[in-house]
Design a protein around this ligand. Sequence first.
Ligand code: AP5
Length: 226
Amino acid sequence: MTELNLVLLGPPGSGKGTQGERLQADLRLPYYATGDILRAAVRDGTELGKTAKEYMDRGDLVPDEVIVGAIAERIDSSEAADGFILDGFPRTVPQAEALAAKLAELGRELTAVLMIDASDDEVMRRLGGRRTCVENGHVFHIDFNPPKSEDVCDVDGSELTVRDDDKPDVIRHRLEQYHEKTEPLIDFYDRQSLLRRIDGSAEPDAVADELRRSLATLKLEADEAI
Ligand code: AP5
Protein backbone atom coordinates (compact mmCIF):
# COMPACT_ATOMS: atom_id res chain seq x y z
CA MET A 1 0.00 0.00 0.00
CA THR A 2 1.46 3.36 -0.91
CA GLU A 3 -0.59 5.48 1.44
CA LEU A 4 -2.94 4.84 4.35
CA ASN A 5 -5.85 7.28 4.56
CA LEU A 6 -7.93 6.22 7.55
CA VAL A 7 -11.10 7.42 9.27
CA LEU A 8 -12.06 6.42 12.83
CA LEU A 9 -15.85 6.37 13.13
CA GLY A 10 -18.00 5.58 16.16
CA PRO A 11 -20.21 7.00 18.90
CA PRO A 12 -18.84 9.44 21.47
CA GLY A 13 -16.80 7.55 24.04
CA SER A 14 -16.37 4.40 21.98
CA GLY A 15 -12.58 4.75 22.29
CA LYS A 16 -11.62 6.59 19.09
CA GLY A 17 -9.19 8.88 20.92
CA THR A 18 -7.74 6.04 23.01
CA GLN A 19 -7.13 3.90 19.93
CA GLY A 20 -6.17 6.88 17.75
CA GLU A 21 -3.19 7.63 20.04
CA ARG A 22 -2.00 4.01 19.70
CA LEU A 23 -2.53 3.90 15.94
CA GLN A 24 -0.61 7.14 15.55
CA ALA A 25 2.34 5.61 17.44
CA ASP A 26 2.13 2.32 15.46
CA LEU A 27 1.69 3.80 11.99
CA ARG A 28 3.60 7.10 12.40
CA LEU A 29 0.95 9.00 10.52
CA PRO A 30 -0.46 12.44 11.31
CA TYR A 31 -3.54 12.17 13.51
CA TYR A 32 -6.26 14.79 13.13
CA ALA A 33 -8.94 14.69 15.84
CA THR A 34 -11.54 17.36 15.16
CA GLY A 35 -12.64 17.50 18.81
CA ASP A 36 -9.03 18.26 19.88
CA ILE A 37 -8.63 20.81 17.06
CA LEU A 38 -11.84 22.59 18.11
CA ARG A 39 -11.00 22.52 21.84
CA ALA A 40 -7.56 24.02 21.08
CA ALA A 41 -9.27 26.75 19.02
CA VAL A 42 -11.64 27.50 21.92
CA ARG A 43 -8.66 27.68 24.31
CA ASP A 44 -6.75 29.98 21.95
CA GLY A 45 -9.80 32.20 21.39
CA THR A 46 -9.59 32.01 17.59
CA GLU A 47 -12.55 32.78 15.30
CA LEU A 48 -13.03 29.03 14.80
CA GLY A 49 -13.10 28.52 18.57
CA LYS A 50 -15.52 31.38 19.18
CA THR A 51 -17.95 29.93 16.64
CA ALA A 52 -17.56 26.34 17.84
CA LYS A 53 -17.82 26.83 21.61
CA GLU A 54 -21.60 27.25 21.96
CA TYR A 55 -22.30 24.21 19.78
CA MET A 56 -19.79 22.04 21.66
CA ASP A 57 -21.05 23.06 25.11
CA ARG A 58 -24.59 22.00 24.12
CA GLY A 59 -23.34 18.73 22.59
CA ASP A 60 -24.44 19.81 19.10
CA LEU A 61 -22.29 19.33 16.02
CA VAL A 62 -20.65 22.50 14.72
CA PRO A 63 -21.91 23.48 11.23
CA ASP A 64 -20.31 21.50 8.39
CA GLU A 65 -18.77 24.57 6.75
CA VAL A 66 -16.93 25.44 9.98
CA ILE A 67 -15.07 22.14 10.20
CA VAL A 68 -14.62 21.08 6.56
CA GLY A 69 -12.05 23.81 5.74
CA ALA A 70 -9.96 23.01 8.85
CA ILE A 71 -9.63 19.35 7.80
CA ALA A 72 -9.16 20.02 4.07
CA GLU A 73 -6.09 22.17 4.71
CA ARG A 74 -4.51 19.48 6.91
CA ILE A 75 -5.05 16.70 4.35
CA ASP A 76 -3.50 18.93 1.72
CA SER A 77 -0.34 19.49 3.81
CA SER A 78 2.99 17.78 3.08
CA GLU A 79 2.98 15.94 6.44
CA ALA A 80 -0.14 14.02 5.28
CA ALA A 81 1.33 12.98 1.93
CA ASP A 82 1.79 9.33 3.04
CA GLY A 83 -1.55 9.16 4.76
CA PHE A 84 -3.46 10.33 7.81
CA ILE A 85 -5.78 9.21 10.60
CA LEU A 86 -8.98 11.23 10.97
CA ASP A 87 -10.85 10.98 14.30
CA GLY A 88 -14.27 12.61 14.55
CA PHE A 89 -14.44 13.64 10.91
CA PRO A 90 -16.55 13.14 8.89
CA ARG A 91 -19.60 13.16 11.14
CA THR A 92 -22.35 13.94 8.62
CA VAL A 93 -23.03 12.81 5.05
CA PRO A 94 -22.22 16.32 3.67
CA GLN A 95 -18.85 16.19 5.50
CA ALA A 96 -18.16 12.75 3.99
CA GLU A 97 -18.99 14.08 0.53
CA ALA A 98 -16.72 17.10 1.07
CA LEU A 99 -13.90 14.76 2.17
CA ALA A 100 -14.33 12.55 -0.90
CA ALA A 101 -14.31 15.63 -3.16
CA LYS A 102 -11.13 17.00 -1.54
CA LEU A 103 -9.36 13.64 -1.86
CA ALA A 104 -10.46 13.29 -5.50
CA GLU A 105 -9.07 16.78 -6.19
CA LEU A 106 -5.73 15.53 -4.82
CA GLY A 107 -5.94 12.25 -6.81
CA ARG A 108 -6.33 10.25 -3.61
CA GLU A 109 -9.00 8.18 -1.89
CA LEU A 110 -9.84 6.75 1.51
CA THR A 111 -8.20 3.40 2.37
CA ALA A 112 -10.66 2.36 5.09
CA VAL A 113 -13.16 3.55 7.68
CA LEU A 114 -12.59 1.83 11.04
CA MET A 115 -15.89 1.78 12.91
CA ILE A 116 -15.36 1.35 16.68
CA ASP A 117 -18.76 0.56 18.18
CA ALA A 118 -20.10 0.68 21.75
CA SER A 119 -23.61 0.67 23.25
CA ASP A 120 -25.25 3.82 24.66
CA ASP A 121 -25.00 2.40 28.21
CA GLU A 122 -21.27 1.76 27.79
CA VAL A 123 -20.81 5.29 26.43
CA MET A 124 -22.54 6.78 29.50
CA ARG A 125 -20.23 4.76 31.82
CA ARG A 126 -17.10 5.66 29.93
CA LEU A 127 -17.68 9.39 29.47
CA GLY A 128 -18.94 9.78 33.04
CA GLY A 129 -15.54 8.63 34.34
CA ARG A 130 -13.28 10.14 31.69
CA ARG A 131 -10.44 12.47 32.66
CA THR A 132 -8.69 14.43 29.92
CA CYS A 133 -5.28 16.08 30.01
CA VAL A 134 -5.53 19.85 29.57
CA GLU A 135 -2.39 20.25 27.47
CA ASN A 136 -2.50 17.42 24.91
CA GLY A 137 -5.85 15.65 25.27
CA HIS A 138 -4.49 12.31 26.58
CA VAL A 139 -7.41 10.32 27.98
CA PHE A 140 -7.88 8.27 31.16
CA HIS A 141 -10.80 6.70 33.02
CA ILE A 142 -11.15 6.70 36.80
CA ASP A 143 -11.99 2.94 36.77
CA PHE A 144 -11.04 1.46 33.37
CA ASN A 145 -7.72 3.25 32.76
CA PRO A 146 -6.77 5.18 35.92
CA PRO A 147 -3.78 7.57 35.90
CA LYS A 148 -0.94 6.69 38.31
CA SER A 149 -1.57 9.88 40.34
CA GLU A 150 -5.03 11.35 40.65
CA ASP A 151 -5.63 14.33 38.31
CA VAL A 152 -2.12 14.19 36.76
CA CYS A 153 -1.48 13.01 33.19
CA ASP A 154 0.94 10.01 33.07
CA VAL A 155 2.23 11.11 29.66
CA ASP A 156 3.07 14.79 30.07
CA GLY A 157 2.40 15.62 33.75
CA SER A 158 -0.30 18.19 33.01
CA GLU A 159 -3.59 18.52 34.89
CA LEU A 160 -6.46 16.12 34.20
CA THR A 161 -9.97 17.59 34.03
CA VAL A 162 -13.57 16.59 33.25
CA ARG A 163 -14.57 17.88 29.80
CA ASP A 164 -17.44 20.41 29.80
CA ASP A 165 -19.42 18.15 27.45
CA ASP A 166 -19.01 15.06 29.66
CA LYS A 167 -21.98 15.98 31.89
CA PRO A 168 -24.75 13.33 31.75
CA ASP A 169 -27.39 15.50 29.99
CA VAL A 170 -24.86 16.71 27.40
CA ILE A 171 -23.60 13.13 26.82
CA ARG A 172 -27.21 12.04 26.16
CA HIS A 173 -27.62 14.86 23.62
CA ARG A 174 -24.32 13.95 21.90
CA LEU A 175 -25.59 10.38 21.58
CA GLU A 176 -28.84 11.63 20.00
CA GLN A 177 -26.81 13.71 17.55
CA TYR A 178 -24.67 10.68 16.76
CA HIS A 179 -27.66 8.43 16.03
CA GLU A 180 -29.39 11.07 13.91
CA LYS A 181 -26.50 12.61 11.95
CA THR A 182 -23.46 10.33 12.09
CA GLU A 183 -24.91 6.82 12.05
CA PRO A 184 -26.02 7.20 8.37
CA LEU A 185 -22.29 7.15 7.54
CA ILE A 186 -22.16 3.45 8.44
CA ASP A 187 -24.31 2.61 5.39
CA PHE A 188 -22.64 5.32 3.31
CA TYR A 189 -19.20 3.71 3.75
CA ASP A 190 -20.45 0.12 3.80
CA ARG A 191 -21.89 0.65 0.31
CA GLN A 192 -18.40 1.72 -0.83
CA SER A 193 -16.84 -1.40 0.82
CA LEU A 194 -14.70 0.87 3.00
CA LEU A 195 -16.18 -0.04 6.38
CA ARG A 196 -14.35 -2.30 8.86
CA ARG A 197 -16.28 -3.01 12.10
CA ILE A 198 -14.38 -3.23 15.39
CA ASP A 199 -15.98 -4.30 18.70
CA GLY A 200 -15.22 -1.34 20.95
CA SER A 201 -16.79 -2.94 24.04
CA ALA A 202 -13.72 -5.10 24.71
CA GLU A 203 -10.68 -4.10 26.79
CA PRO A 204 -8.51 -1.36 25.20
CA ASP A 205 -5.67 -3.85 24.42
CA ALA A 206 -8.13 -6.26 22.76
CA VAL A 207 -9.62 -3.42 20.68
CA ALA A 208 -6.10 -2.39 19.63
CA ASP A 209 -5.33 -5.99 18.59
CA GLU A 210 -8.50 -6.16 16.51
CA LEU A 211 -7.58 -2.88 14.82
CA ARG A 212 -4.10 -4.24 14.01
CA ARG A 213 -5.62 -7.42 12.55
CA SER A 214 -8.02 -5.34 10.46
CA LEU A 215 -5.16 -3.22 9.09
CA ALA A 216 -3.08 -6.34 8.34
CA THR A 217 -6.03 -7.77 6.36
CA LEU A 218 -6.33 -4.50 4.45
CA LYS A 219 -2.65 -4.66 3.54
CA LEU A 220 -2.99 -8.28 2.35
CA GLU A 221 -6.00 -7.36 0.21
CA ALA A 222 -4.12 -4.39 -1.28
CA ASP A 223 -1.03 -6.53 -2.04
CA GLU A 224 -3.18 -9.19 -3.73
CA ALA A 225 -4.83 -6.52 -5.87
CA ILE A 226 -1.46 -5.34 -7.28
P1 AP5 B 1 -15.00 14.83 20.08
O1 AP5 B 1 -13.95 15.29 20.99
O2 AP5 B 1 -14.60 14.20 18.79
O3 AP5 B 1 -15.96 13.86 20.89
P2 AP5 B 1 -16.65 12.48 20.52
O4 AP5 B 1 -16.70 11.96 19.17
O5 AP5 B 1 -17.95 12.68 21.18
O6 AP5 B 1 -15.70 11.45 21.10
P3 AP5 B 1 -15.04 11.46 22.44
O7 AP5 B 1 -13.75 12.23 22.42
O8 AP5 B 1 -16.03 11.87 23.53
O9 AP5 B 1 -14.80 9.90 22.70
P4 AP5 B 1 -13.78 8.87 22.05
O10 AP5 B 1 -14.49 7.94 21.15
O11 AP5 B 1 -12.55 9.55 21.55
O12 AP5 B 1 -13.46 8.02 23.37
P5 AP5 B 1 -12.18 8.04 24.32
O13 AP5 B 1 -11.06 7.32 23.68
O14 AP5 B 1 -11.91 9.40 24.86
O15 AP5 B 1 -15.98 16.03 19.69
C1 AP5 B 1 -16.44 16.95 20.68
C2 AP5 B 1 -17.39 17.96 20.05
O16 AP5 B 1 -16.71 18.69 18.99
C3 AP5 B 1 -18.63 17.38 19.36
O17 AP5 B 1 -19.67 17.14 20.28
C4 AP5 B 1 -18.96 18.52 18.37
O18 AP5 B 1 -19.59 19.60 18.99
C5 AP5 B 1 -17.60 18.97 17.89
N1 AP5 B 1 -17.12 18.27 16.69
C6 AP5 B 1 -16.03 17.46 16.59
N2 AP5 B 1 -15.90 16.98 15.33
C7 AP5 B 1 -16.93 17.50 14.61
C8 AP5 B 1 -17.34 17.38 13.27
N3 AP5 B 1 -16.67 16.60 12.38
N4 AP5 B 1 -18.45 18.02 12.86
C9 AP5 B 1 -19.14 18.80 13.72
N5 AP5 B 1 -18.82 18.96 15.02
C10 AP5 B 1 -17.70 18.32 15.47
O19 AP5 B 1 -12.74 7.08 25.50
C11 AP5 B 1 -13.75 7.54 26.37
C12 AP5 B 1 -13.45 7.05 27.81
O20 AP5 B 1 -13.53 5.62 27.85
C13 AP5 B 1 -12.04 7.39 28.31
O21 AP5 B 1 -12.12 7.69 29.67
C14 AP5 B 1 -11.21 6.11 28.07
O22 AP5 B 1 -10.16 5.96 29.00
C15 AP5 B 1 -12.27 5.02 28.23
N6 AP5 B 1 -12.08 3.90 27.33
C16 AP5 B 1 -11.66 3.93 26.02
N7 AP5 B 1 -11.64 2.69 25.50
C17 AP5 B 1 -12.09 1.86 26.48
C18 AP5 B 1 -12.32 0.45 26.54
N8 AP5 B 1 -12.09 -0.33 25.49
N9 AP5 B 1 -12.80 -0.07 27.71
C19 AP5 B 1 -13.04 0.73 28.79
N10 AP5 B 1 -12.83 2.07 28.78
C20 AP5 B 1 -12.36 2.63 27.64
